[in-house]
Design a protein around this ligand. Structure first.
Ligand code: SIN
Length: 476
């Protein structure tokens, strides 16, 4: 790549933002420099907020149908650029190309979904107590939205926020992860090509996220924050936005139980676990974090899992047939290894470990005899480590699964439909895979209970996060 193509830019008011401060973007495979991106300072951020505010006023005179049409053009452009976007995701994030292609389709799915939802932001006419009154509600875009997105899904976590915001008539300022800004910039360029107004989707890149985010969260023109990331950071952001009573939605950490009952179809459970644990090398907030196996099937299931793990191809995601790429960086690998080490010191034992452990790669591990007191039980592992806990009864496993302070996703496998229904009703998790390990879907509400977050993204609910309900009381 030439120097010219290696340099890319934050986007303010539809234009590339030139700056002397540049951020390095590296490939997780070998830490090679793949691009340099212009950073924003506080003056540039102030300009972006002003543009977003003017754009919000401009969007008030567009129709929901017109915004839906623009979103649909964006959807088509994403599909037309599918291969290029997927390669970029693999290069800056590390996931295998087949998963990156699936992410492009997933990301595009949110844009398509909200291109249609734009036209369904209906209000209501409420029966009044007198014949001289009419009571109505209508829904309007909330205003300038700030989004903060993570590195694990550099496309889908953005479209899941920007598409409903635009459908609702809001302008959007995005601070993507500094580890994966390139996919975000390409998405914004395609949105502009599709007809987004210049201030409707701006990208601010920085290596000092705290300063930028504090500036955005304390600005009177910003009306909403939407964040996907860790529970710890989400709590800090909520403290900031509480000061101006800013609408806030948070999609935070999980600690998903994956429960396999004695009556489960073990082949199906294995397929589900491969998806729920090994997608993106375990770096998802809905990853199976605690694998509960009934004592009657535990040994058999572990043997099946071992055989399956031996077939996985580990390597650079751009390579052919690769199943598992590297972790995002050395800090991520270090964190996973210290969780493993701590668990082993406290009585867990490794029953399987693959060979390739160089650089940012971490081969799959199966860890047995994991206990609730261990750090690995209570932390999002974010790595391909299967943490196994044995159980005997339905009541015992439900109590253990629920006994954490987060509640994002859970998975249950059984062929007993009464048991599946009973367990699904009592699990304190907002999304439940029932004999299914792949639950993410633009048409369904994504979000968490307890400390896993506030609000829902996607589905019929996703657009409400960007709308105000206005009540009109008219006297005749
Ligand atoms: C996440 O890990 O934050 C999102 C995963 C998904 O949408 O499937």
């Amino acid at each position: 790549m030439s120097n010219e193509t290696n340099t890319t830019y934050s986007i303010i008011n539809g234009q590339s933002h030139q700056s002397t401060a540049m951020l390095d973007v590296r490939n997780p495979v070998d830490n090679a420099l793949i691009a340099r991106v212009s950073e924003v300072d506080e003056h540039a951020a102030e300009r972006a907020i002003k543009c977003a505010n003017n754009c919000f006023i401009e969007l008030k005179s567009t129709t929901a149908q017109a915004r839906g049409d623009t979103l649909f053009r964006w959807y088509q452009l994403i599909l037309q650029n599918k291969k290029r976007l997927a390669e970029l995701v693999t290069r800056e994030q590390g996931k295998p190309l087949k998963e990156a292609l699936a992410e492009v389709m997933y990301a595009a799915g949110y844009v398509k979904w909200f291109s249609q939802e734009a036209e369904r932001t209906n209000g209501a006419v409420i029966p009044a107590q007198t014949i001289h009154h009419q009571l109505r509600t209508l829904k309007q875009g909330i205003g300038v939205v700030v989004g903060i997105t993570p590195w694990n899904f550099p496309l889908a976590m953005i479209t899941r926020k920007v598409a409903p915001a635009y459908a609702a008539g809001c302008s959007f300022i995005l601070k993507p992860s500094e580890l994966t800004p390139l996919s975000a910039i390409e998405l914004a360029k395609l949105a502009l090509e599709a007809g987004f107004e210049p201030g409707a989707f701006q990208i601010l890149i920085t290596s000092k996220p705290q300063d930028l985010v504090t500036q955005l969260n304390s600005h009177p023109s910003v009306r909403k924050l939407t964040f996907t990331g860790s529970t710890a950071v989400g709590k800090l952001l909520l403290e900031q936005t509480a000061r101006s009573v800013m609408r806030t939605s948070l999609e935070l950490g999980g600690n998903a139980p994956f429960i396999v009952f004695e009556s489960a179809d073990l082949e199906a459970a294995l397929e589900g676990l491969m998806m729920a644990k090994f997608r993106n090398a375990g770096q998802t907030c809905i990853a199976a974090n605690r694998v509960y196996l009934h004592s009657a099937i535990k040994s058999q299931f572990i043997e099946m899992l071992k055989s399956r793990l031996q077939t996985l191809v580990i390597g650079d995601g751009l390579g052919e047939n690769v199943d598992l790429g590297p972790l995002i960086n050395s800090a991520a690998k270090q964190k996973a290894l210290s969780l493993l080490d701590d668990a082993c010191k406290h009585g867990a034992n490794i029953v399987y470990q693959g060979e390739s452990q160089t650089g940012n790669y971490l081969s799959p591990v199966i860890l047995e005899n994991v206990e609730p007191a261990m750090a690995i039980y209570n932390t999002e592992i974010f790595a391909p480590i299967v943490s196994v806990i044995e159980f005997q009864t339905e009541e015992q496993v439900v109590n253990m699964a629920n006994d954490v302070d987060v509640g994002l996703a859970a998975y249950v496998y059984s062929s007993n439909i009464d048991l599946l229904h009973r367990v699904s009703m009592v699990l304190d998790f907002a999304m439940i895979g029932i004999n299914e390990g792949a639950i993410s879907n633009p048409a369904a509400p994504f979000g968490g209970m307890k400390q896993s977050g506030l609000g829902r993204e996607g589905g019929a609910e996703g657009i409400d996060e960007y709308l105000e309900v206005k009540y009109l009381c008219q006297r005749f």
